[in-house]
Design a binder for this molecule. Sequence first.
Ligand SMILES: Cc1cc2nc3c(=O)[nH]c(=O)nc-3n(C[C@H](O)[C@H](O)[C@H](O)COP(=O)(O)O)c2cc1C
Length: 168
Amino acid sequence: MDLMDVIRDRRSIRKYRSDPVPQEKIDAILEAARLAPSWANGQCWTFIVVTDPKIKHEVAQAGNEWIEHAPAIIVACADPKQSGAKGDQSYYLLDIGIAMEHLILAAHEQGLGTCWIGWFDEQTVRQALGVPANLRIVASTPLGCPEEQPQARPRKPRNEIARAQRYS
Ligand SMILES: Cc1cc2nc3c(=O)[nH]c(=O)nc-3n(C[C@H](O)[C@H](O)[C@H](O)COP(=O)(O)O)c2cc1C
């Protein structure tokens, strides 16, 4: 699939079929995340692939009950010390954002749905997955065959989001 087609056709998917995700597809999307760029090449990430129904249930209790119906959930953790900071700007969030987007686009290319989950109770997920206190849990996504085909959500026109040479 052409890169622009993948970017254009991806949607956040919130309804999934229960069929398990083949391991080779999980491997392909983790490979896309592994190849992401990061601050000083720190690669501060760990991705936890959860398919065990009991553990999925516990992760979903962090405020997104619907995600337990997906056959898999991928949780992205960061070790901020393996990334960097400039003043009050911590780069681990950017590192994870880029790697997650690689993962999400690769999933779409594999015919799988995802949905960024940015809001959740971190402590609930930490306990469910045994994530050590020095790591931050930044994001997660359900993963599986889509059971819905949402319309494209609106985007601002290009003349509202880009300027030539200077802001003003
Ligand atoms: C950083 C980030 C966090 C998000 N967090 C959530 C979330 O917690 N729950 C959810 O249902 N969707 C979440 N989303 C999905 C957005 O709502 C979605 O991307 C947006 O509405 C555009 O729809 P589309 O992805 O289908 O183009 C998040 C997206 C991003 C990029």
